[in-house]
Design a protein around this ligand. Structure first.
Ligand code: NAP
Length: 251
């Protein structure tokens, strides 16, 4: 059976998998939510936008004859991951997640762990500080409850309208970022605290290394709990998984 793959993307890992699959002759589509204005060019066909919940995803998988789903979404894209598990279970389709290990604090790190965005907002109560709020555009609204801080924001796209935070400095950049670059950024803004999701991987790591180098505390938002699913760490392992699940890879 020649497989038809759906990759749920929006991450460096999904892009790496797309690059690995390009040229293999395998039929694969990369799906993006459509959160950024100009997605990175990809070497395999792309589709953009939500499916319409679990029923929409089931309809899409059926219509496209998808045989295997690879969830390579961000560890905080919990809704999409839950929908993928539910839809694949309903259709009996094999699903695997391409994931990255969470970051672990080292001896020189000063992290305070919080379980979610709401807890991060609550933890910011207190006197005004200069905060590097590295949580992405979608969650800025929640931090309006702590308007006393001066926030440094780094966004992929320039904001279209006014921000929900009264004191915010915006840097528009999609990376890649370096520790030296992030150190200079934080020093330049007088950053006193970094708020970050525990994204894991290398792409977003620079700010954590920079905070350590500068002796700054990090408010670390722990990952959401996801349904149990098989997890792989490397694009090559996805190809092995396909081969072992009976897919004809044509090699
Ligand atoms: N959350 C983060 O911190 C973060 C960071 C970097 C990149 N990303 C990427 O940004 C995208 C959205 O993240 P999120 O946290 O907003 O997700 P989410 O809360 O789990 O998903 C919300 C809804 O967005 C749609 N969606 C999400 N990922 C999709 C995909 N790859 N293809 C098609 N539709 C998708 C789905 O809509 P329907 O229910 O209509 O199908 C989903 O129910 C994901 O692709 C993720 O990999 C997220």
């Amino acid at each position: 059976m020649r497989p038809t793959l759906l990759i749920l993307g929006g991450t460096t890992e999904a892009t790496a998998l797309a690059a690995r699959l390009a040229g293999t002759g395998l039929k694969a589509t990369l799906s993006l939510a459509g959160r950024v204005e100009t997605p990175k060019a990809q070497p395999i066909p792309m589709r953009v936008g939500g499916f319409g919940g679990v029923p929409g995803l089931i309809a899409y998988l059926r219509a496209e004859g998808v045989t295997h789903v690879i969830d390579a979404t961000h560890p905080f894209a919990a809704q999409m991951s839950r929908n993928a598990v539910e839809a694949c279970t309903a259709l009996g389709l094999p699903l695997v997640a391409l994931t990255r290990p969470a970051w672990m604090a080292g001896l020189l790190d000063t992290w305070r762990h919080v379980p979610d965005i709401a807890a991060a907002v609550a933890a910011l109560s207190g006197p005004p500080r200069r905060v590097f709020l590295a949580v992405g555009r979608m969650h800025l609204e929640a931090f309006a409850a702590q308007p006393q801080h001066r926030y440094l924001l780094r966004l992929v796209d320039a904001p279209k309208g006014p921000l929900p935070l009264p004191q915010a400095d915006v840097v528009v950049s999609r990376g890649p970022f370096t520790e030296a670059g992030d150190r200079a950024l934080m020093e330049g803004h007088g950053t006193e605290l970094v708020v970050s999701k525990n994204a894991g991987g290398t792409g977003a790591r620079a700010k954590i290394d920079a905070a350590r180098a500068l002796g700054l505390p990090v408010l670390m938002i722990d990952r959401p709990v996801l349904p149990a699913r098989r997890e792989l760490a490397h694009p090559d392992e996805v190809l092995d998984w396909l081969a072992h699940s009976g897919a004809d890879l044509g090699v």
